[in-house]
Design a protein around this ligand. Structure first.
Ligand SMILES: [Zn+2]
Ligand SMILES: [Zn+2]
Length: 252
């Protein structure tokens, strides 16, 4: 039975990839000639990547126009985030939220790759400035591996690595114990839930590295903070974060 299902999945993947070739990955309308640089039509791309507003450099949360954003903002103040900065496409809401959800639950990884390419293009300046030497996706919780067809963080990280020509390590981090999925844990308990939840597979690879951690969304920052803690503890020089969407109060 499994032997029969796997080729069918591959066929569906390829069929979805062909369909996405000329159509906008979000609305399905045919893209015009000048729009071929991205998987999206111009209208959808503008909605997915709104003009950058006032965002916290540390956690990428949208803040009021008079808020201080060079350090910790009202959304991340007092949290031991460990990583230095975050870049995202925008706030996890509207079309971006719908696209991330559809991509994560899709049979095909084509949709998440499209979002990864968009993030790679729109975060180019920030990531170039950070000059990472290693890109590391957040590993998936084992419970999610039972229901998802791929780890979105890995696919996004692969697009960033390709665009920035930085080494990608899919296996550096692994989940060390059965911490509960963050979505099932109260916001106030999420840092506690993530403590010691990662293992490093090869600590000698980390010394002196400038690491870019990649995930699909950032909510409290507890997951990336736990990953950054173990990497910095093993001698990494710096950790920054790239995500598709930033979830803040009322946007999840
Ligand atoms: Zn569109
Ligand atoms: Zn912040």
């Amino acid at each position: 039975m499994v032997n029969a299902v796997l080729p069918l999945c591959r066929l569906l993947n390829e069929f979805a990839d062909i369909l996405l070739d000329d159509a906008c990955a979000a609305c399905g309308n045919l893209r015009q000639g000048g729009e071929s640089q991205s998987c999206y039509c111009l209208r959808c791309e503008q909605q997915l990547t709104p003009i950058p507003r006032h965002r916290c450099q540390r956690c990428s949360a949208e803040c009021g126009p008079w808020s201080a954003i060079d350090r910790d903002c009202v959304h991340c103040r007092g949290r031991r985030l460990r990583f230095s900065s975050t870049v995202s496409l925008g706030t996890y809401a509207g079309l971006l939220r719908r696209e991330i959800l559809a991509a994560k639950w899709s049979w095909s990884s084509a949709r998440i790759q499209c979002l990864g390419q968009l993030l790679a293009a729109h975060s180019h300046d920030s990531i170039s400035e950070w000059n990472p030497t290693l890109i590391v996706p957040i590993p998936q919780h084992w419970r999610k591996r039972l229901t998802r067809h791929f780890n979105p963080a890995e696919r996004i990280a692969a697009e960033l690595a390709r665009r920035h020509r930085v080494r990608l390590d899919l296996h550096l981090l692994s989940r060390s114990r059965a911490s509960r999925p963050q979505k099932r844990v109260a916001m106030t308990k999420r840092f506690e839930n993530q403590q010691n939840s990662f293992q490093l597979r090869a600590s000698e690879d980390v010394r002196g590295q400038r690491i870019l951690l990649v995930d699909d969304v950032l909510t409290t920052g507890a997951t990336c903070a736990a990953a950054a803690q173990i990497l910095l503890g093993a001698g990494a020089q710096d950790c920054n974060v790239a995500v598709l969407g930033r979830v803040t109060d009322g946007t999840g």
